[in-house]
Design a protein around this ligand. Structure first.
Ligand code: GDP
Length: 131
């Protein structure tokens, strides 16, 4: 068993899509082991996205991620990180595979509805960042 972090981003909370996302996760075999709703402050959002320091989209991304509540979840499953990345699809919904969460509900490359850790190391760090 391994763990990964999922964030329901503000665009999905705003459109009442928390239940849709939880349903997709549970049907795919993920166990929700921690779950919390909150509005990120700028410090927390910037430190979470520190890896993107210097990228042109960082300021907009921080503004978006602090614009409303998010739902944080630690998820458990065999091969959790890779399976969740497959389930959510590519960063840009226009390029996301058919049937992935982002292809179905994301609005654009920024407002792409969900975050998922991209490696086991980052999953451990990201879960510790919030729980
Ligand atoms: P992820 O791991 O698939 O979430 O993608 P990244 O780690 O590359 O980017 C983090 C987040 O930054 C994405 O989920 C988007 O919300 C946002 N983002 C990534 N690339 C772009 C971009 O080119 N433009 C904008 N506006 N936002 C982006």
């Amino acid at each position: 068993m391994s763990r990964t972090l999922l964030i329901v981003k503000p665009d999905a909370v705003e459109r009442n899509l928390i239940g849709y996302i939880v349903g997709r996760l549970e049907r795919a075999g993920f166990k929700i082991v921690e779950m919390r709703m909150l509005t990120l402050d700028e410090t927390k959002a910037r430190s979470f996205y520190a890896v993107h320091e210097g990228k042109p989209f960082l300021n907009d991304l921080v503004k978006f991620m602090t614009s409303g509540p998010v739902v944080l979840m630690a998820l458990e499953k065999e091969n959790a990180v890779e399976d969740l990345r497959t389930l959510i699809g590519a960063t840009d919904p226009a390029k996301a595979a058919c049937g992935t969460i982002r292809q179905e509900i994301a609005l654009n490359i920024e407002k792409n509805s969900v975050h998922a850790s991209d490696s086991d190391d980052n999953a451990t760090k990201e879960i510790a960042h919030f729980f």
